[in-house]
Ligand binder design. Sequence first.
Ligand code: A3P
Length: 339
Amino acid sequence: MPETNYPFEITDVEEGTSKMLMKYFTGEMTGFVRVGPKGYFFPQKFRQEAANFYNMAIRPSDIFVTSYPRSGTTWAQELVWMVANDLDYETSNAIPLTERYPFLEFSVCVHPVNMQRFIEENSHDESKLELLRMVTKPGTELLADAPSPRFIKSHLPLSLFPPNILDGKMIYVARDPRDVAVSFYHLNKSMRTQGYTGDFKLFWECFMNDLHHWTPFFEHLKEAWEKRHHPNLLFLFYEELSKDLPGAVRRVADFFGKSYSDLQIEHLCDHLSIDSFKNNNSVNYDVMKELGIMVGNKEFIRKGKAGGWKDYFDEDMTAQAERWIADNLRNSDLRFPHL
Ligand code: A3P
């Protein structure tokens, strides 16, 4: 039954499927749910926060960057933050993106058992504990009293936000699902909140069959695509940023009514390049390593290329992916610029 202040039904994923998934995704220990008519997939903890996301008070000055995970969110966040803040490099370098641009629903992915582990492991260092509290605090609490404008990162699809979400501004980023899956697979292996132990092929199966966080992938994209002409939503593709970053910067600047010189844009593009991102502690999410949430020798900012999926897909998977993409685009005018 829907809760009184929440319009969607939240149902448990069938026990056998949940158990199978928890064998491979060891960061979840209770189970999974599906939300609403599209059946968005989340860890159980989503139940506790669903209504808070749906009922959060939107301010016209809010600036959201949303996406399906691993679509270039971080890249777009820094781009947007810089453009909206008159290219304030000093603050950008001084305050990590995790603080400037909090992740609304990360807390949903932190199972209480893992939370306890992270607290114990960081208990010797009060500053780390403070950081841990900040990144794992429910985003709606963190943002409730935050000064305007609020910069908010989220992977929620539009329908799970308040209906007036576009009273604020939103930049939505989409990416080829094959590159998304490869990138998310690596992140799932290194983030203890996910704790993935399987291989890529199994991960791809889960992703494509809507058995992974924030799926179904295409429904997610289509919800934003349908609003692409809304004056407060800017729809970007990772592949566009890859191909023509200065062009993307200009589009974002137009969206915010800002104007920058060619030289300023060139400088910003250097700042946003994959090489400078990797070495920039303010944006590269090394904080997750510091806190022991991310382990192994993986990086949050990884290859930064479009089309890297080809190294991970055998012939069968390539054909299967093509069919899956074509099936999902058949009744939609959503098109990726590079396909
Ligand atoms: P890869 O794993 O394919 O390299 P998100 O921020 O949504 O989690 O997306 C992460 C993906 O964006 C990763 O893709 C990451 O390397 C890539 N990325 C992050 N910063 C980038 C940049 N400055 N230039 C190009 N790609 C970037």
